[in-house]
Design a protein around this ligand. Structure first.
Ligand code: HH2
Length: 290
């Protein structure tokens, strides 16, 4: 089923093919691209390049979520993202999302031209986030984030996917209670957040279970440390590992992938989409070859 999602001045067509969310971190300290796009000019140049390479939306972030990153005050986060979003709103035709869990940053970012909120705390980080998103009238990504666990200890789960789905169901309930229409909510299992490498591999193997939630699915595996662990490679050599995860995500019906390497991953996704078009047709005609 194809769904048109209005994101402010632009739209996203979900379900026709896998969409590519290009990452634009305007932070000094993100784990793989920190410090590279911190002037408005460089950020706009990179966003234009990503759109030319196949990005369907651009995710702007002003606070790194990497473990051990310094928390950033809302005013500082806004000072980083607002000028970039204002410039992008006229420079690129695709929707811009704001990667934040803070309501005041979401509000100001949407006022500056963002059309979607990407909340790594799944509307469960601060009490007024769901109300802010409802009032702004934009779609929201709710991600399964960090569980309370003792610092320095690996997180432990009973049934990992059951706990991720429970968390996301709570996010969906908060969205509904605040008046956010269900069709505006996208779910994300939070690859790399509060999870060991083993957990992330299990998430990858069981992504299909997220369809039970009945919402579009986003996944952000790009260049993350699980790839580094499996392949024993540094962050600048994880493009093939990311490609494997993107292909597996497409095969399990993920709708949007959040990536740094837009040119490569849009090719990977298009190729995997081409196969999946036949798989779907195959199922429609009773499982035989299309
Ligand atoms: N991952 C990161 C940040 N935001 N948002 C969603 N919805 N899903 C993700 O998996 C996700 C996310 C972390 O990656 P990155 O932005 O590259 O690094 P940093 O947090 O250090 O800026």
């Amino acid at each position: 089923m194809v769904q048109i999602l209005r994101c402010g001045r632009a739209t996203l067509e979900i379900g026709r093919r896998t969409l590519i969310m290009g990452i634009l971190n305007v932070t000094p300290d993100s784990f793989s691209d920190g410090g590279r796009y911190h002037t408005v000019e460089r950020a706009v140049e990179r966003a234009r390049e990503m759109v030319a390479q196949g990005a369907d939306l651009i995710d702007v972030g002003g606070e790194s979520t990497r473990p051990g990153a310094e928390p950033v005050a809302a005013a500082e986060e806004l000072a980083r993202v607002a000028p970039v979003i204002r410039a992008l709103a006229v420079a690129v035709p695709v929707p811009i999302s704001i990667d934040t869990y803070k309501a005041e940053v979401a509000r100001a970012a949407v006022a500056a031209g963002a059309g979607l909120v990407n909340d790594v705390r799944g509307l469960q980080g601060v009490p007024d986030m769901a109300a802010a998103v409802a009032e702004l009238g934009v779609p929201v990504v709710v991600m399964h984030g960090m569980r309370e666990h003792v610092a320095g200890q690996p997180p432990n789960y009973g049934d990992l996917m059951a706990e991720i789905k429970d968390f996301l169901r709570r996010s969906l309930a908060l969205a509904e209670a605040a008046g956010i229409p269900g069709e505006r909510v996208i779910v994300d299992p939070g690859f790399g957040f509060g999870k060991t490498a083993e957990h992330n591999l299990e998430v990858m193997a069981r992504l299909g279970e997220l369809h039970e939630l009945g919402r579009p699915i986003l996944l952000g595996p790009s260049r993350k440390s699980t790839i580094g662990k499996v392949l024993d490679l540094p962050v600048d050599q994880r493009v093939e590992g990311t490609a494997a995860l993107v292909a597996l995500a497409v095969a399990q019906g993920v709708d949007i992938v959040r990536v740094h390497d837009v040119r490569e991953m849009s090719r990977v996704a298009r190729m995997a989409d081409a196969v999946m078009a036949h798989a779907r047709l195959g199922r429609l005609v009773g499982g035989g070859p299309a």
